[in-house]
Ligand binder design. Sequence first.
Ligand code: ADP
Ligand code: MG
Length: 483
Amino acid sequence: MSDTGGKIAVAEKSVSVEGADYSAAPLKPTKAIMDLWKRIHGDMRQEFGEAIFRSWLKPLVLQAYYHGTMEVSVPTRFMRDWIQNHYAERILEMCQQANEEVKRLQIVVVQNAIIDDFEMDGAVQTLANESSANENLKREIEEISSPLDARFKFENFVVGKPNALAHAAARRVVETDSIPFNPLFIYGGVGLGKTHLMHAIAHQIKEQSPEKTVMYLSAEKFMYQFVRALRANETINFKEVFRSVDVLMMDDIQFIAGKESTQEEFFHTFNALVDQNKQIIISADKSPSDLTGIDERLRSRLAWGLVADIHPTTYDLRLGILQSKRAQLEANVPDSVLEFLALKVTSNIREMEGALNRIVAHADVASQEITLESTQEVLQDLLRAHDRRITIDEIQRKVAEHFNLRLTDMHSSRRARNVARPRQIAMYLAKQLTSRSLPEIGRKFGGRDHTTVMHAVRKVEELIDADAQIAQDTDVIRRALTG
Ligand code: ADP
Ligand code: MG
């Protein structure tokens, strides 16, 4: 190694420099060097600007000077690397301009720096030793991390066709020691179990590897933390915390759509963690390619690992979840009520669970048995609100589709059986699935009289009992509409 030309060295400990003979302890800097450093340190504020100075350079402390090497310390490895890559060259130049004897700038990590009599103005030293620094990081991770719902565990997650892939992927993440895919990206509509699965992963990792640090938070919270750190000039700490986790889980990443600086920060965090082979798990309401408002390079990164979607629930899955929930609640709920809920409350699982909780609570308070009738009564508002979501137009379209008819056949006066029967089924479904009155329904079917509608409803009810084909057709269409 020649002493000519500036050289910037990196080392873990304060005395090791590649190849050279530094068996002698580094010298305490002379007064002249201390003064030089003091001046240069002050100049950095001017040179790099206040924000950079406060975030990165202020903590630099002169530790030693030997054979043309200025050895300065920072409290963390991450800071060292950052300064190394961004500012070290210029700092060395500044030192050399002031004193050409200086050949090298060595940045070292000193977590337990001793504040000596040559402590510089503004050179903040951390007194924490390594283990308590880790403890501090751990505590901060815990503080930022959102609490986990104790009920959202794997054992309470009912697996069915719509969520089988996401569930299998989640299990793989916790069951393998290596990182099976990075990131794991789970997406699906509201209330389909994304958060439940993420919490289940976090619970499981914490249980089987308590030494691991798991950061779980929503993208909204990530943004909030980031903005707060920016305002408080604490971005170094922010970066340090997020880059030190073993597992990063970010829920609902669609929230940072359009938030450019937050995305940028997340992108860097993401890359830093992937580089360190740390597991990342992300959820969203859409697939990476459909996440509008998210930067292209981030979107493509998000799709690097495994992308698992959760599909809308099926009747079977809804019933399975209700059965599991009934067992958890230890409530006496007849099967017919569960079936009714699985059929009626199809929009999302959260709402369906809410409905079950309500009827259980109501029965408890009123000291009544739960029956189909009491359920309908208790859930009146919910069911009505839900029914309103299906329109007569939709029903007509689905029925026409199912029977291979034109939509106009729903309004026409044709009486041929192959047209009239499906039309009656559509009227029946309109009565069942919407809150429209008979005259309203009649109007929607080419201005028919309400008695015609009533007749159709009765007729189809009879046929459902008597004719298996009609029962099946009606059921298929109903499920298509409600599922
Ligand atoms: P998302 O995050 O996709 O909006 P959540 O994970 O918050 O949805 O799920 C909503 C509710 O539904 C939660 O109470 C959750 O426990 C429940 N849930 C969702 N999927 C399942 C499932 N497969 N088994 C049991 N409960 C589920
Ligand atoms: Mg969620």
